[in-house]
Design a protein around this ligand. Structure first.
Ligand SMILES: NC(=O)c1ccc[n+]([C@@H]2O[C@H](COP(=O)([O-])OP(=O)(O)OC[C@H]3O[C@@H](n4cnc5c(N)ncnc54)[C@H](O)[C@@H]3O)[C@@H](O)[C@H]2O)c1
Ligand SMILES: [Zn+2]
Length: 384
């Protein structure tokens, strides 16, 4: 008999103004030295100020690291860890997308430790969390606020690598609808499709189980219904809020299940060409779903029934076909690039991509249809 389990963040607060809960959290923990992590771009949106405004007086002037890198290398994360060592941090607050959240989660393991980020690439369990983490995601999104994963680029391998350590599941999650209200359309689109990939991959993964299915299917339904208005309509606040919750649910699905060949084959695109994580996944979504369809058709048909009006005249194969087509339409409607030509990737790089993609065994093993090097080559060729 298979066993499966799920670990969740300690407390989750959602809805407009849930950021104000941070004051209660800091007081309840007796926090004196919170450290905030973000990027310069997010600081300029005013979102960091929403958090700074609720920090209780007894914390004094909190330290702010506002120059975190987007999709960082392990070396860049290590330099953040090194800068934190002197700060006597007793609470870490991530205000950002997956890049900021992942770096903050790694800091929570490595602060004042002799273990480095590079060590964790070889042995992800080599360190334990010593400082709690509050995550305030500003994209919808990676779901990194729910997962035990942190993804770093490894430049010498031209690959992105996931470090998985259960201690990286965050202690507090704040899903405040104000954080994604003014997200630029292109970022809302690519990060939203990333969440869609998490949901559909986790639902069709070898690791899928009744607990992960519950979150993956609900996330998929919410995303399919809300992603287009959330990206297109500045005032579609309800749709944006649904996306923020759905991406969190999809993150829970990752924790309980695991992503598959879309994410596996996208890692080299991020590692070698620095294509944004969500864009790389969006590009591979349809080719991988079509490749998987003969094996996951019934699951896709079940997902279709959940996302669309019931239609008794359709066969399971037609339903699977239609949901993949709808995903393809969404990517196209949202103007996400679908070809590596847009990133000037030369044809002669194909074999290198195949070799790197086949290296991501952790995720390829989750794919219900076995992916051979020939299969990976055929999938990459569709986006070359
Ligand atoms: N840990 C996990 O489980 C997990 C899962 C999937 C992806 N990831 C990783 O997360 C990273 C990607 O994260 P992401 O897709 O959330 O994007 P991101 O964090 O890289 O941010 C993308 C850009 O959007 C900007 N931005 C973020 N929020 C904004 C806002 N509200 N308004 C204006 N600009 C904003 C950022 O400054 C940045 O320039 C990748 O490194 C990826 O590998 C992690
Ligand atoms: Zn992802």
């Amino acid at each position: 008999m298979k066993t499966y389990g799920l670990s969740l963040p300690g407390s989750v607060y959602s809805g407009e103004d849930s950021i104000s809960k941070i004051a209660d959290i800091l007081r309840a923990n007796g926090t004196r030295h919170p450290v905030l992590f973000t990027t310069e771009g997010i600081r300029q949106t005013g979102l960091l100020d929403l958090v700074l405004d609720v920090i209780p007086q007894e914390c004094g002037e909190p330290a702010v690291l506002d120059d975190l890198a987007v999709e960082p290398t392990y070396g860049e994360v290590q330099s953040v860890v090194d800068r934190c060592n002197a700060l006597e941090a007793d609470m870490l607050i991530a205000v950002g997308g997956g890049s900021v959240i992942d770096a903050t989660k790694l800091v929570s393991l490595l602060i004042n430790s002799s273990v480095t980020v590079k060590d964790l690439l070889d042995d992800p369990l080599a360190a334990r969390k010593t400082v709690k983490v509050i995550c305030v995601p500003t994209t919808a999104g990676t779901g990194a606020e729910a997962t035990p994963n942190a993804i770093v680029a490894v430049p010498e391998k031209e690959l992105k690598v996931g470090i998985v350590n259960p201690e990286m599941i965050s202690d507090y999650v704040i899903l405040d609808s104000r954080t994604t209200k003014n997200l630029p359309r292109s970022i809302a689109a690519s990060t939203g499709v990333d969440a869609l990939c998490h949901a559909v991959e986790c639902f069709t993964s070898n690791k899928a189980n009744p607990i992960s299915d519950c979150f993956a299917l609900r996330a998929l339904e919410m995303i399919m219904k809300n992603i287009v208005p959330a990206c297109d309509d500045r005032d579609a606040l309800e749709a944006k809020e649904q996306m923020l919750i759905a991406s969190f649910f999809a993150g829970i699905a990752i924790t309980a299940s695991g992503t598959t060949a879309v994410h596996a084959l996208s890692y080299p695109l991020g590692g070698k060409y620095h294509i944004a994580h969500g864009v790389a996944n969006a590009m591979l979504l349809t080719p991988v779903m079509r490749f998987n369809q003969p094996v996951i058709g019934d699951k896709l048909a079940e997902a279709y029934d959940r996302c669309f009006e019931p239609d008794g005249t359709l066969t399971a194969e037609q339903k699977a076909d239609r949901i993949i087509t709808r995903m393809e339409e969404i990517v196209s409607h949202l103007n996400i690039p679908t070809s590596l030509k847009e990133f000037n990737v030369p044809a002669e790089d194909l074999e290198g991509l195949v070799a790197s993609g086949m290296d991501v065994r952790r995720l390829l093993d989750n794919n219900m249809r076995e992916v051979t090097a020939d299969d990976a080559r055929a999938i990459y060729l569709q986006v070359m």
